[in-house]
Ligand binder design. Structure first.
Ligand SMILES: CCCCCCCCC/C=C\C=C\C(=O)SCCNC(=O)CCNC(=O)[C@H](O)C(C)(C)COP(=O)(O)OP(=O)(O)OC[C@H]1O[C@@H](n2cnc3c(N)ncnc32)[C@H](O)[C@@H]1OP(=O)(O)O
Ligand SMILES: NC(=O)C1=CN([C@@H]2O[C@H](COP(=O)(O)OP(=O)(O)OC[C@H]3O[C@@H](n4cnc5c(N)ncnc54)[C@H](OP(=O)(O)O)[C@@H]3O)[C@@H](O)[C@H]2O)C=CC1
Length: 349
Protein backbone atom coordinates (compact mmCIF):
# COMPACT_ATOMS: atom_id res chain seq x y z
CA UNK A 1 0.00 0.00 0.00
CA UNK A 2 1.52 3.35 -0.97
CA UNK A 3 0.24 6.84 -0.21
CA UNK A 4 -0.44 8.86 -3.33
CA UNK A 5 -1.05 12.47 -4.02
CA UNK A 6 -4.19 13.51 -5.79
CA UNK A 7 -3.68 12.72 -9.47
CA UNK A 8 -4.95 13.84 -12.85
CA UNK A 9 -6.66 12.01 -15.68
CA UNK A 10 -3.78 10.57 -17.66
CA UNK A 11 -4.34 11.53 -21.32
CA UNK A 12 -5.09 14.47 -23.55
CA UNK A 13 -8.62 13.36 -24.39
CA UNK A 14 -9.33 13.48 -20.67
CA UNK A 15 -8.22 17.11 -20.40
CA UNK A 16 -11.63 18.65 -19.91
CA UNK A 17 -12.67 16.01 -17.47
CA UNK A 18 -9.42 16.31 -15.58
CA UNK A 19 -9.87 20.09 -15.31
CA UNK A 20 -13.33 19.66 -13.85
CA UNK A 21 -12.18 16.95 -11.54
CA UNK A 22 -8.96 18.59 -10.45
CA UNK A 23 -11.06 21.53 -9.34
CA UNK A 24 -13.34 19.21 -7.46
CA UNK A 25 -10.43 17.38 -5.84
CA UNK A 26 -8.59 20.65 -5.18
CA UNK A 27 -11.61 21.97 -3.30
CA UNK A 28 -11.73 18.78 -1.35
CA UNK A 29 -8.04 19.01 -0.57
CA UNK A 30 -8.38 22.60 0.61
CA UNK A 31 -11.36 22.22 2.84
CA UNK A 32 -11.06 18.63 3.92
CA UNK A 33 -7.35 17.98 4.15
CA UNK A 34 -8.01 14.92 2.06
CA UNK A 35 -4.38 14.86 1.03
CA UNK A 36 -1.66 12.29 0.68
CA UNK A 37 -1.66 11.32 4.34
CA UNK A 38 -5.35 10.41 4.24
CA UNK A 39 -5.75 8.83 0.82
CA UNK A 40 -4.14 5.54 0.06
CA UNK A 41 -3.82 3.72 -3.18
CA UNK A 42 -3.51 -0.04 -3.57
CA UNK A 43 -2.00 -1.21 -6.80
CA UNK A 44 -2.79 -4.69 -8.02
CA UNK A 45 -3.18 -6.33 -11.40
CA UNK A 46 -2.62 -2.99 -13.07
CA UNK A 47 -5.62 -1.49 -11.28
CA UNK A 48 -5.59 1.36 -8.79
CA UNK A 49 -7.83 1.10 -5.80
CA UNK A 50 -8.18 3.83 -3.22
CA UNK A 51 -8.89 3.39 0.47
CA UNK A 52 -8.61 5.50 3.61
CA UNK A 53 -6.37 4.47 6.53
CA UNK A 54 -9.42 3.81 8.74
CA UNK A 55 -10.52 1.14 6.27
CA UNK A 56 -8.07 -1.03 8.20
CA UNK A 57 -10.80 -1.31 10.84
CA UNK A 58 -12.99 -2.90 8.20
CA UNK A 59 -10.67 -5.38 6.54
CA UNK A 60 -12.68 -7.72 4.32
CA UNK A 61 -13.00 -11.40 5.23
CA UNK A 62 -13.08 -13.10 1.89
CA UNK A 63 -13.26 -16.74 2.95
CA UNK A 64 -16.46 -18.70 2.43
CA UNK A 65 -18.82 -18.12 5.35
CA UNK A 66 -21.32 -20.98 5.22
CA UNK A 67 -20.44 -24.54 6.27
CA UNK A 68 -19.09 -26.83 3.53
CA UNK A 69 -21.85 -28.76 1.80
CA UNK A 70 -24.54 -26.14 2.53
CA UNK A 71 -25.59 -26.36 -1.13
CA UNK A 72 -25.20 -30.10 -1.69
CA UNK A 73 -27.94 -31.39 -4.03
CA UNK A 74 -29.02 -27.85 -4.89
CA UNK A 75 -29.19 -26.28 -8.34
CA UNK A 76 -28.47 -22.56 -8.73
CA UNK A 77 -29.24 -20.45 -11.80
CA UNK A 78 -27.27 -17.20 -12.06
CA UNK A 79 -27.79 -14.67 -14.85
CA UNK A 80 -24.64 -12.79 -15.80
CA UNK A 81 -22.70 -15.53 -13.98
CA UNK A 82 -19.74 -15.37 -16.35
CA UNK A 83 -18.25 -12.10 -15.07
CA UNK A 84 -17.87 -9.81 -12.08
CA UNK A 85 -20.21 -10.30 -9.15
CA UNK A 86 -22.15 -13.08 -10.90
CA UNK A 87 -18.95 -15.03 -11.32
CA UNK A 88 -18.07 -14.51 -7.63
CA UNK A 89 -21.51 -15.74 -6.51
CA UNK A 90 -21.24 -18.76 -8.82
CA UNK A 91 -17.81 -19.59 -7.37
CA UNK A 92 -19.07 -19.54 -3.77
CA UNK A 93 -22.25 -21.54 -4.48
CA UNK A 94 -20.26 -24.09 -6.44
CA UNK A 95 -17.68 -24.35 -3.64
CA UNK A 96 -20.54 -25.01 -1.21
CA UNK A 97 -21.78 -27.93 -3.30
CA UNK A 98 -24.31 -26.45 -5.74
CA UNK A 99 -24.58 -27.45 -9.35
CA UNK A 100 -24.66 -24.08 -11.13
CA UNK A 101 -26.12 -22.93 -14.42
CA UNK A 102 -24.81 -19.57 -15.64
CA UNK A 103 -26.51 -17.67 -18.45
CA UNK A 104 -25.76 -14.56 -20.50
CA UNK A 105 -25.12 -13.47 -24.09
CA UNK A 106 -21.44 -14.35 -24.48
CA UNK A 107 -21.15 -18.12 -24.55
CA UNK A 108 -17.34 -18.17 -24.72
CA UNK A 109 -17.05 -16.06 -21.58
CA UNK A 110 -19.55 -18.30 -19.79
CA UNK A 111 -17.75 -21.46 -20.87
CA UNK A 112 -14.40 -20.21 -19.69
CA UNK A 113 -15.81 -19.25 -16.29
CA UNK A 114 -17.66 -22.56 -16.02
CA UNK A 115 -14.51 -24.53 -16.76
CA UNK A 116 -12.39 -22.51 -14.33
CA UNK A 117 -14.86 -22.72 -11.45
CA UNK A 118 -15.73 -26.38 -11.85
CA UNK A 119 -12.06 -27.33 -12.04
CA UNK A 120 -11.52 -25.52 -8.72
CA UNK A 121 -14.59 -26.84 -6.90
CA UNK A 122 -15.12 -30.25 -8.46
CA UNK A 123 -18.81 -29.42 -9.02
CA UNK A 124 -20.50 -29.01 -12.40
CA UNK A 125 -21.05 -25.53 -13.78
CA UNK A 126 -23.14 -25.38 -16.98
CA UNK A 127 -22.98 -22.50 -19.46
CA UNK A 128 -26.16 -21.59 -21.33
CA UNK A 129 -26.37 -18.74 -23.83
CA UNK A 130 -29.32 -16.46 -23.19
CA UNK A 131 -30.25 -12.87 -23.91
CA UNK A 132 -32.64 -12.09 -21.06
CA UNK A 133 -34.29 -9.33 -23.13
CA UNK A 134 -35.89 -11.99 -25.30
CA UNK A 135 -38.65 -13.98 -23.55
CA UNK A 136 -38.42 -16.81 -26.11
CA UNK A 137 -34.68 -17.10 -25.51
CA UNK A 138 -35.33 -17.21 -21.76
CA UNK A 139 -37.85 -20.00 -22.28
CA UNK A 140 -35.35 -21.98 -24.40
CA UNK A 141 -32.68 -21.41 -21.78
CA UNK A 142 -34.93 -22.84 -19.08
CA UNK A 143 -35.71 -25.85 -21.32
CA UNK A 144 -31.98 -26.42 -21.63
CA UNK A 145 -31.49 -26.12 -17.88
CA UNK A 146 -34.28 -28.59 -17.19
CA UNK A 147 -32.46 -31.09 -19.43
CA UNK A 148 -29.14 -30.47 -17.70
CA UNK A 149 -30.06 -30.16 -14.04
CA UNK A 150 -33.82 -29.98 -13.55
CA UNK A 151 -35.48 -26.85 -12.20
CA UNK A 152 -33.34 -24.73 -9.86
CA UNK A 153 -33.60 -24.25 -6.10
CA UNK A 154 -31.91 -20.86 -6.32
CA UNK A 155 -32.34 -18.12 -8.93
CA UNK A 156 -30.10 -15.07 -8.91
CA UNK A 157 -31.10 -12.23 -11.23
CA UNK A 158 -27.77 -10.47 -11.57
CA UNK A 159 -27.49 -9.61 -15.30
CA UNK A 160 -27.54 -5.87 -15.98
CA UNK A 161 -26.51 -3.13 -18.35
CA UNK A 162 -25.58 0.44 -17.46
CA UNK A 163 -23.63 3.50 -18.62
CA UNK A 164 -23.30 7.06 -17.38
CA UNK A 165 -24.97 9.53 -19.70
CA UNK A 166 -26.66 12.92 -19.27
CA UNK A 167 -30.33 12.21 -19.87
CA UNK A 168 -30.52 14.88 -22.58
CA UNK A 169 -28.02 12.79 -24.58
CA UNK A 170 -29.92 9.54 -24.09
CA UNK A 171 -31.66 8.04 -27.15
CA UNK A 172 -34.85 6.03 -26.94
CA UNK A 173 -32.84 2.95 -27.80
CA UNK A 174 -30.31 3.72 -25.06
CA UNK A 175 -33.17 3.82 -22.55
CA UNK A 176 -34.66 0.63 -23.98
CA UNK A 177 -31.35 -1.21 -23.99
CA UNK A 178 -30.86 -0.77 -20.21
CA UNK A 179 -34.46 -1.16 -19.08
CA UNK A 180 -34.89 -4.25 -21.27
CA UNK A 181 -31.92 -6.01 -19.68
CA UNK A 182 -32.57 -4.96 -16.11
CA UNK A 183 -36.34 -4.81 -15.65
CA UNK A 184 -37.77 -6.87 -18.50
CA UNK A 185 -34.92 -9.40 -18.32
CA UNK A 186 -35.47 -9.95 -14.60
CA UNK A 187 -39.23 -10.19 -15.13
CA UNK A 188 -38.93 -12.69 -18.02
CA UNK A 189 -36.54 -14.94 -16.06
CA UNK A 190 -38.60 -14.71 -12.88
CA UNK A 191 -41.96 -15.35 -14.57
CA UNK A 192 -40.69 -18.22 -16.72
CA UNK A 193 -39.04 -20.01 -13.80
CA UNK A 194 -41.75 -19.09 -11.32
CA UNK A 195 -44.51 -20.57 -13.48
CA UNK A 196 -42.62 -23.79 -14.10
CA UNK A 197 -41.71 -24.15 -10.42
CA UNK A 198 -45.34 -23.60 -9.44
CA UNK A 199 -46.47 -26.23 -11.97
CA UNK A 200 -43.96 -28.66 -10.47
CA UNK A 201 -44.83 -27.68 -6.88
CA UNK A 202 -41.20 -26.88 -6.18
CA UNK A 203 -40.10 -24.10 -3.81
CA UNK A 204 -37.19 -21.78 -4.62
CA UNK A 205 -35.24 -18.76 -3.47
CA UNK A 206 -35.13 -15.77 -5.83
CA UNK A 207 -32.54 -13.05 -5.33
CA UNK A 208 -32.19 -9.80 -7.29
CA UNK A 209 -29.06 -7.66 -7.34
CA UNK A 210 -30.11 -4.02 -7.57
CA UNK A 211 -28.18 -0.95 -6.35
CA UNK A 212 -28.36 1.66 -3.58
CA UNK A 213 -29.71 4.29 -5.98
CA UNK A 214 -32.75 2.13 -6.76
CA UNK A 215 -34.14 3.77 -3.64
CA UNK A 216 -32.98 7.37 -4.11
CA UNK A 217 -32.86 7.58 -7.88
CA UNK A 218 -29.71 9.02 -9.46
CA UNK A 219 -28.96 11.45 -12.21
CA UNK A 220 -26.76 10.29 -15.11
CA UNK A 221 -27.88 6.64 -14.77
CA UNK A 222 -31.59 7.28 -15.10
CA UNK A 223 -32.58 4.15 -17.07
CA UNK A 224 -30.69 1.95 -14.62
CA UNK A 225 -32.19 3.72 -11.59
CA UNK A 226 -35.70 3.41 -13.03
CA UNK A 227 -35.30 -0.24 -13.99
CA UNK A 228 -33.68 -1.28 -10.70
CA UNK A 229 -36.52 0.44 -8.79
CA UNK A 230 -38.92 -1.61 -10.93
CA UNK A 231 -37.06 -4.81 -10.07
CA UNK A 232 -37.41 -4.01 -6.38
CA UNK A 233 -41.17 -3.46 -6.77
CA UNK A 234 -41.43 -6.74 -8.69
CA UNK A 235 -39.58 -8.72 -6.02
CA UNK A 236 -41.38 -7.18 -3.05
CA UNK A 237 -44.72 -7.83 -4.79
CA UNK A 238 -43.92 -11.45 -5.57
CA UNK A 239 -42.61 -12.03 -2.04
CA UNK A 240 -46.16 -11.28 -0.92
CA UNK A 241 -47.91 -13.19 -3.71
CA UNK A 242 -45.84 -16.36 -4.19
CA UNK A 243 -44.94 -17.32 -0.62
CA UNK A 244 -47.85 -19.71 -0.88
CA UNK A 245 -45.97 -21.62 -3.59
CA UNK A 246 -42.80 -21.94 -1.50
CA UNK A 247 -40.97 -19.04 -3.15
CA UNK A 248 -38.87 -16.45 -1.31
CA UNK A 249 -37.80 -13.15 -2.90
CA UNK A 250 -34.97 -11.01 -1.57
CA UNK A 251 -32.90 -8.08 -2.82
CA UNK A 252 -29.31 -6.98 -2.30
CA UNK A 253 -28.44 -3.36 -3.04
CA UNK A 254 -24.66 -3.30 -3.43
CA UNK A 255 -22.59 -0.17 -3.18
CA UNK A 256 -19.45 0.15 -5.31
CA UNK A 257 -17.53 -3.09 -5.82
CA UNK A 258 -14.80 -3.03 -8.44
CA UNK A 259 -15.68 -5.03 -11.55
CA UNK A 260 -14.60 -4.37 -15.10
CA UNK A 261 -18.23 -4.28 -16.31
CA UNK A 262 -19.35 -1.61 -13.83
CA UNK A 263 -16.29 0.59 -13.51
CA UNK A 264 -15.54 0.72 -17.25
CA UNK A 265 -19.01 2.14 -17.86
CA UNK A 266 -19.49 4.25 -14.74
CA UNK A 267 -16.01 5.59 -14.07
CA UNK A 268 -14.15 5.15 -17.38
CA UNK A 269 -11.24 7.44 -16.42
CA UNK A 270 -10.95 6.06 -12.90
CA UNK A 271 -11.11 9.59 -11.54
CA UNK A 272 -14.44 9.48 -9.68
CA UNK A 273 -13.34 6.69 -7.41
CA UNK A 274 -11.20 8.99 -5.29
CA UNK A 275 -14.05 11.29 -4.36
CA UNK A 276 -16.36 8.34 -3.88
CA UNK A 277 -14.13 6.67 -1.31
CA UNK A 278 -14.29 9.82 0.84
CA UNK A 279 -18.02 9.39 1.35
CA UNK A 280 -17.91 5.71 2.32
CA UNK A 281 -17.69 5.53 6.13
CA UNK A 282 -15.79 2.23 6.01
CA UNK A 283 -13.27 3.87 3.69
CA UNK A 284 -13.03 1.26 0.97
CA UNK A 285 -14.86 -0.47 -1.86
CA UNK A 286 -16.67 -3.74 -1.26
CA UNK A 287 -15.21 -7.03 -2.45
CA UNK A 288 -16.98 -9.49 -4.74
CA UNK A 289 -16.38 -12.25 -2.17
CA UNK A 290 -18.22 -10.26 0.52
CA UNK A 291 -21.24 -9.85 -1.74
CA UNK A 292 -21.06 -13.53 -2.69
CA UNK A 293 -21.15 -14.61 0.98
CA UNK A 294 -24.26 -12.49 1.59
CA UNK A 295 -25.95 -13.85 -1.53
CA UNK A 296 -25.08 -17.41 -0.50
CA UNK A 297 -26.61 -16.85 2.94
CA UNK A 298 -29.80 -15.22 1.61
CA UNK A 299 -30.33 -17.99 -0.95
CA UNK A 300 -29.65 -20.80 1.54
CA UNK A 301 -31.90 -22.74 3.88
CA UNK A 302 -30.37 -20.76 6.79
CA UNK A 303 -32.42 -17.83 5.51
CA UNK A 304 -35.67 -19.74 4.95
CA UNK A 305 -37.57 -17.13 7.02
CA UNK A 306 -36.24 -14.22 5.02
CA UNK A 307 -38.48 -12.98 2.25
CA UNK A 308 -39.26 -9.51 0.95
CA UNK A 309 -36.01 -8.22 2.46
CA UNK A 310 -34.00 -5.41 0.89
CA UNK A 311 -30.43 -5.54 2.16
CA UNK A 312 -28.27 -2.48 1.60
CA UNK A 313 -24.64 -3.60 1.34
CA UNK A 314 -22.52 -0.53 0.78
CA UNK A 315 -20.06 0.19 3.59
CA UNK A 316 -22.42 2.93 4.82
CA UNK A 317 -22.29 5.01 1.62
CA UNK A 318 -26.05 5.57 1.29
CA UNK A 319 -26.65 7.01 4.77
CA UNK A 320 -23.44 8.97 4.50
CA UNK A 321 -24.69 10.70 1.35
CA UNK A 322 -28.19 11.19 2.75
CA UNK A 323 -27.54 12.93 6.08
CA UNK A 324 -27.75 16.71 5.89
CA UNK A 325 -24.87 17.32 8.30
CA UNK A 326 -22.59 14.41 7.47
CA UNK A 327 -20.09 16.64 5.66
CA UNK A 328 -19.25 18.02 9.09
CA UNK A 329 -16.97 15.04 9.63
CA UNK A 330 -14.46 17.11 7.67
CA UNK A 331 -14.38 19.81 10.39
CA UNK A 332 -11.16 19.70 12.43
CA UNK A 333 -10.89 19.87 16.25
CA UNK A 334 -9.67 23.46 16.08
CA UNK A 335 -12.54 24.39 13.81
CA UNK A 336 -14.99 22.73 16.23
CA UNK A 337 -13.61 24.82 19.09
CA UNK A 338 -14.24 27.94 17.08
CA UNK A 339 -17.71 26.83 16.00
CA UNK A 340 -18.67 25.92 19.56
CA UNK A 341 -17.51 29.30 20.84
CA UNK A 342 -19.57 31.05 18.18
CA UNK A 343 -22.67 29.00 18.95
CA UNK A 344 -22.37 29.37 22.73
CA UNK A 345 -21.85 33.12 22.44
CA UNK A 346 -25.11 33.55 20.54
CA UNK A 347 -27.80 34.97 22.80
CA UNK A 348 -31.46 35.17 21.92
CA UNK A 349 -32.94 34.37 18.52
C1 LIG B 1 -18.65 7.69 -8.87
C2 LIG B 1 -17.76 6.51 -9.24
C3 LIG B 1 -18.51 5.37 -9.87
C4 LIG B 1 -17.67 4.15 -9.90
C5 LIG B 1 -18.44 2.90 -9.98
C6 LIG B 1 -19.68 2.95 -9.18
C7 LIG B 1 -20.16 1.59 -8.86
C8 LIG B 1 -21.58 1.61 -8.40
C9 LIG B 1 -22.38 0.96 -9.45
C10 LIG B 1 -23.80 0.97 -9.18
C11 LIG B 1 -24.64 0.31 -9.98
C12 LIG B 1 -24.20 -0.46 -11.08
C13 LIG B 1 -25.10 -0.98 -11.91
C14 LIG B 1 -24.70 -1.80 -13.06
O1 LIG B 1 -25.56 -2.30 -13.72
S1 LIG B 1 -23.07 -2.06 -13.40
C15 LIG B 1 -23.05 -3.31 -14.68
C16 LIG B 1 -22.59 -2.74 -15.92
N1 LIG B 1 -22.40 -3.84 -16.86
C17 LIG B 1 -22.80 -3.74 -18.12
O2 LIG B 1 -23.32 -2.74 -18.56
C18 LIG B 1 -22.55 -4.96 -18.96
C19 LIG B 1 -23.44 -5.06 -20.18
N2 LIG B 1 -23.45 -3.85 -20.96
C20 LIG B 1 -23.50 -3.81 -22.34
O3 LIG B 1 -23.56 -4.83 -22.99
C21 LIG B 1 -23.56 -2.46 -23.02
O4 LIG B 1 -22.87 -1.52 -22.25
C22 LIG B 1 -25.02 -1.96 -23.24
C23 LIG B 1 -24.96 -0.60 -23.94
C24 LIG B 1 -25.78 -1.82 -21.92
C25 LIG B 1 -25.82 -2.94 -24.07
O5 LIG B 1 -25.09 -3.34 -25.20
P1 LIG B 1 -25.82 -3.51 -26.64
O6 LIG B 1 -27.05 -4.24 -26.50
O7 LIG B 1 -24.77 -4.03 -27.57
O8 LIG B 1 -26.23 -2.04 -26.97
P2 LIG B 1 -25.66 -0.99 -28.04
O9 LIG B 1 -24.21 -0.80 -27.92
O10 LIG B 1 -26.22 -1.37 -29.37
O11 LIG B 1 -26.38 0.34 -27.52
C26 LIG B 1 -27.78 0.41 -27.39
C27 LIG B 1 -28.16 1.88 -27.38
O12 LIG B 1 -27.54 2.51 -26.24
C28 LIG B 1 -26.72 3.61 -26.71
N3 LIG B 1 -25.54 3.73 -25.88
C29 LIG B 1 -24.64 2.77 -25.61
N4 LIG B 1 -23.66 3.23 -24.83
C30 LIG B 1 -23.92 4.53 -24.61
C31 LIG B 1 -23.27 5.58 -23.88
N5 LIG B 1 -22.14 5.37 -23.20
N6 LIG B 1 -23.84 6.81 -23.86
C32 LIG B 1 -24.98 7.07 -24.53
N7 LIG B 1 -25.68 6.08 -25.24
C33 LIG B 1 -25.13 4.86 -25.26
C34 LIG B 1 -26.36 3.24 -28.13
O13 LIG B 1 -25.97 4.38 -28.86
C35 LIG B 1 -27.66 2.60 -28.61
O14 LIG B 1 -28.61 3.60 -28.89
P3 LIG B 1 -28.87 4.10 -30.43
O15 LIG B 1 -29.29 2.89 -31.21
O16 LIG B 1 -29.93 5.12 -30.30
O17 LIG B 1 -27.57 4.66 -30.91
N1 LIG C 1 -20.06 -3.61 -9.39
C1 LIG C 1 -20.75 -2.72 -8.70
O1 LIG C 1 -20.19 -1.79 -8.09
C2 LIG C 1 -22.23 -2.83 -8.62
C3 LIG C 1 -22.94 -3.74 -9.36
N2 LIG C 1 -24.30 -3.81 -9.21
C4 LIG C 1 -25.06 -4.85 -9.89
O2 LIG C 1 -24.37 -6.07 -9.80
C5 LIG C 1 -24.71 -6.89 -10.92
C6 LIG C 1 -23.43 -7.41 -11.57
O3 LIG C 1 -22.70 -6.32 -12.08
P1 LIG C 1 -21.12 -6.42 -12.30
O4 LIG C 1 -20.66 -7.78 -11.98
O5 LIG C 1 -20.51 -5.27 -11.60
O6 LIG C 1 -21.00 -6.11 -13.86
P2 LIG C 1 -20.82 -7.08 -15.13
O7 LIG C 1 -20.87 -6.19 -16.30
O8 LIG C 1 -19.63 -7.94 -14.94
O9 LIG C 1 -22.10 -8.00 -15.09
C7 LIG C 1 -23.22 -7.86 -15.91
C8 LIG C 1 -23.55 -9.20 -16.49
O10 LIG C 1 -24.80 -9.12 -17.15
C9 LIG C 1 -24.73 -9.88 -18.34
N3 LIG C 1 -25.69 -9.35 -19.30
C10 LIG C 1 -25.75 -8.10 -19.82
N4 LIG C 1 -26.73 -8.01 -20.71
C11 LIG C 1 -27.33 -9.21 -20.76
C12 LIG C 1 -28.40 -9.74 -21.49
N5 LIG C 1 -29.09 -8.99 -22.38
N6 LIG C 1 -28.76 -11.04 -21.29
C13 LIG C 1 -28.08 -11.79 -20.41
N7 LIG C 1 -27.05 -11.36 -19.68
C14 LIG C 1 -26.66 -10.07 -19.86
C15 LIG C 1 -23.30 -9.72 -18.83
O11 LIG C 1 -22.89 -10.84 -19.63
P3 LIG C 1 -22.91 -10.83 -21.25
O12 LIG C 1 -22.21 -9.60 -21.69
O13 LIG C 1 -22.24 -12.13 -21.59
O14 LIG C 1 -24.36 -10.85 -21.64
C16 LIG C 1 -22.53 -9.68 -17.52
O15 LIG C 1 -22.09 -10.97 -17.18
C17 LIG C 1 -25.56 -6.03 -11.83
O16 LIG C 1 -26.93 -6.30 -11.56
C18 LIG C 1 -25.24 -4.63 -11.38
O17 LIG C 1 -26.29 -3.75 -11.64
C19 LIG C 1 -24.98 -2.99 -8.38
C20 LIG C 1 -24.33 -2.05 -7.65
C21 LIG C 1 -22.90 -1.91 -7.69
Amino acid sequence: MVPVSVGQAGNVSGLLLSLILSEQVQNRTDSVDFGPSQLWCHRFAGLRSYATPHSQFFAPSEGIMLPAGSYNNKVAFITGGGTGLGRAMTGVLSQLGAQCVIASRKLEVLQQTATEISSQTGNKVHAVQCDVRDPQAVSRCVDQMVELTGLPDVIINNAAGNFICPSERLSANGWKSITDIVLNGTAFVTLELGKRLIQNQKGASFLAITTIYAESGSGFVVPSASAKAGVEALYKSLAAEWGRYGHRFNIIQPGPIRTKGAFSRLDPTGTFEKSMIGRIPTGRLGKPAELANLAAYLSSDYASWMSGAVIRFDGGEYVSMAGEFNELRKVTDDQWKMLETMIRSTKGS
